[in-house]
Design a protein around this ligand. Structure first.
Ligand code: SIN
Length: 288
């Protein structure tokens, strides 16, 4: 606990596993006092996914909160909101048939040389059914591997690319159904970038698996069959129920997750209903 604003006290209520926590007793619409910011940073390092109920931030407030966590990240391949280059609107109309955005396991923009440390998502309109966001704890999943598997993975570098979703021939380029969000498919997306397959968190020092079915396209030095076998095992391991967290939204919630030690998945399941979210990212560091 720490003093919030005007005598409020921040409460951090972690889930039993320690992965994910609810944070109350703070008003994110106002500049955060140093103690409140430190408490949020500490909770973020401990729990990796934080949700803040009843925080119906305006877009200006969402941007201001993000900047207290760090400078904006760079969001490619999606047209940002008019006049707000650092805010993406994740909007899906009730009559939309195209698959929902974010519906594959990933860590945001992991194909960048320095992927975003955090993503912040604020709900505006939530559907009455579906629309949950799922997470996996890639640090605990790493911890549970055998010493032999850890030793085998230690020197490996995974190859990341945005090509599958955003490439010139990617999923978005080929889709025929109408989509509200404007996706900018590009040959730029087909570039690849290697990162350590196991990365060390710069704040906690914990190791985590840093691969995802959406953006990891291979492993340096392994044949495609070998990489498929290693990655296939890792995805099966990561996606076990024990590492999962399911976030169910209400309007006016803020959710912040750590891309350095988690993967996430937007579940969908709300055809016929409107869902509107606003998203920013916080710049990150080169993974080591
Ligand atoms: C995403 O950022 O991947 C989308 C998450 C969501 O819409 O729940």
């Amino acid at each position: 606990m720490a003093d919030g604003q005007a005598g409020e006290t921040i409460r951090v209520q972690p889930r039993e596993s320690g992965f994910g926590a609810e944070v109350t007793g703070v008003d994110l619409s106002r500049p955060l006092p140093a103690a409140a910011l430190a408490a949020i940073r500490d909770a973020f390092a401990r729990h990796a996914v934080l949700w803040f109920p009843d925080q119906p931030l305006s877009l200006d407030e969402l941007e201001a909160f993000t900047l207290q966590m760090g400078p904006f990240g760079d969001d490619p391949f999606i047209k940002p909101m008019p006049g707000r280059p650092n805010v993406l609107e994740l909007r899906r109309a009730p009559d939309e048939k195209a698959p929902n955005f974010g519906g594959g396991w990933h860590s945001d923009w992991s194909f960048q040389p320095a992927p975003p440390s955090a993503t912040i998502l604020r709900s505006e309109v939530t559907p009455p059914v579906g629309g949950d966001t799922l997470f996996v704890d890639a640090a605990r999943a790493y911890d549970d591997l055998s010493p032999t598997m850890k030793a085998m993975l230690a020197p490996l570098r995974a190859i990341h690319s945005a090509g599958r979703p955003y490439g010139a021939n990617g999923l978005f380029a080929r889709e025929t159904e109408k989509r509200t969000m404007e996706i900018i498919s590009s040959p730029e997306a087909d570039k690849t970038h290697p990162h350590p397959l196991v990365r060390t968190h710069p704040v906690t020092g914990r190791k985590a698996l840093f691969v995802s079915p959406t953006y990891t396209v291979g492993v340096e030095g392994l044949t495609d069959m070998e990489a498929d076998a290693v990655l296939g095992f890792l995805y099966k391991h990561l996606l076990q129920e024990t590492y999962r967290l399911r976030h169910t939204w209400k309007p006016g919630m803020v959710l912040m997750w750590d891309n350095r030690c988690t993967m996430h998945f937007a579940e969908g399941g709300y055809d016929g209903h409107l869902r509107v979210m606003h998203r920013t990212t916080v710049a990150g560091e080169v993974p080591v």
